[in-house]
Design a protein around this ligand. Structure first.
Ligand SMILES: [Zn+2]
Length: 302
C-alpha cells in the first residue's frame, strides 16, 4: 500500500482476536466486534440467528462467524428445559440411527463443527453408541466435534469417543494426570474459566487446565459470551485466569489470535500504548484491543 512505510501506529498490531465460545442468540454480534473480536465461534444458537452468517462473506462491523448449529442432545437432555435455549436451538438425537441426519442438518445450515451435549448433572446424556455414531458421522464429513462435558466421567467419555474439543475446561471433577496426558495429545480445550467466578469450581478448572497444558494440551481462549454477566467483547478476567493457570503472555496470545496470514482471515487488531510489565495490567491492556480496518489505517493514523 502506498505510503504505509511512513505510517506510525501508536501501539501494537496483532492478528485478529478470536473468542471460540459465544452464543449469538444471547449476545449482539456488533457489540462483540466493537469489543475487539475479529472472529467468533458460536457453540449453539437457533438457525434463525445463524442464517445470516452461513456464508463466509466478510461484513463490515461484524466478526467472522463459524458455528456449530443446534445443540445435539439426548431426549430430555440439557438444555431442552432451559429458558435461554430459544426455539429451534436444540436437536434431539434418539439413538445412533438418528446421528447421521442430525449431523447432516447442521451441515446444510452451514456448520463448521458440531456440538454434543454431555451434561449428566442436568439430565439424560447419550449412551455410548449414540455418542460414537455422532462423532463418527461428523468425522466422516471432516467436521470436528465439540462437547459440553459436565458431571462425573463425562469429559472422559468425550475423549474416548474421539471428541476434538471441549467447550469448557472441565470443572465438575479433578481429572487424573494419566487422562489429562492422553487428552493433551488429541484434544483442544476452550478455556471459559471466568464463567465460574472465583471459587471451588474455578479452582478445579484451573488445576485441570494447568495440568492439561503441562502435558502439551492446546488451550483456546473462549468465554461463553451470552452466558451470565461478563464484559461484552474481550474479557480481561478470562485473560487473567489464563495467566493464573500458568500460561505465559506468549501462550495467552497464541490462544486468542487467529492464524495469520495463512489462516482463513487477514483481519488485524490494534492495542494502543505500550505493553505494561505487570501481568494484571497486561491483561487489561490486551483487553483494550480493537479491530483495525486495513482500509482505514491511513485515515486513522496518517
Ligand atoms: Zn456456551
Amino acid at each position: 500500500m502506498d505510503g504505509c512505510a511512513d505510517l506510525e501506529i501508536p501501539g501494537v498490531v496483532f492478528a485478529g482476536l478470536r473468542d471460540a465460545h459465544v452464543h449469538l442468540g444471547l449476545v449482539d454480534a456488533h457489540a462483540l466486534f466493537a469489543g475487539g473480536l475479529a472472529v467468533v465461534h458460536d457453540l449453539g444458537s437457533p438457525p434463525s440467528v445463524l442464517e445470516p452468517f452461513a456464508d463466509a462473506a466478510v461484513r463490515v462491523g461484524l466478526p467472522e462467524v463459524s458455528f456449530a448449529g443446534q445443540f445435539l442432545t439426548a431426549p430430555g437432555g440439557y438444555p431442552t428445559d432451559r429458558s435461554w435455549a430459544a426455539a429451534g436451538s436444540v436437536c434431539v438425537v434418539d439413538g445412533p440411527q438418528e446421528a447421521a441426519s442430525a449431523v447432516d442438518a447442521q451441515i446444510r445450515a452451514g456448520a463448521s463443527f458440531v456440538k454434543v451435549m454431555l451434561n449428566s448433572v442436568a439430565g439424560p446424556v447419550f449412551v455410548d453408541a449414540t455418542l460414537d455414531a455422532l462423532v463418527g458421522a461428523a468425522h466422516a464429513v471432516g467436521l470436528p466435534v465439540v462437547a459440553h462435558a459436565e458431571g462425573q466421567g463425562q469429559a472422559a467419555r468425550a475423549f474416548e469417543s474421539g471428541v476434538d474439543r471441549l467447550a469448557h475446561t472441565p470443572w465438575t471433577e479433578r481429572l487424573p494426570d494419566e487422562l489429562l496426558a492422553a487428552m493433551a495429545s488429541s484434544m483442544r480445550w476452550i478455556s471459559t474459566l471466568d464463567i465460574h467466578g472465583r471459587g471451588s469450581e474455578f479452582d478445579v478448572a484451573t488445576d485441570n487446565l494447568r495440568r492439561f497444558r503441562a502435558g502439551g494440551g492446546v488451550v483456546t481462549y473462549g468465554t461463553d459470551q451470552g452466558n451470565g454477566p461478563q464484559p461484552v467483547g474481550l474479557n480481561p478476567r478470562e485473560l487473567d485466569a489464563l495467566l493464573d493457570a500458568g500460561l505465559d503472555r506468549a501462550a495467552v496470545l497464541e490462544s486468542i489470535t487467529i492464524p495469520w496470514p495463512s489462516g482463513t482471515s487477514t483481519r488485524l487488531a490494534w492495542t494502543p500504548g505500550t505493553p505494561p510489565a505487570d501481568e494484571r495490567h497486561w491483561a487489561a491492556w490486551l483487553a483494550s484491543t480493537r479491530n483495525l480496518d486495513p482500509g482505514q489505517i491511513k485515515e486513522q493514523f496518517g
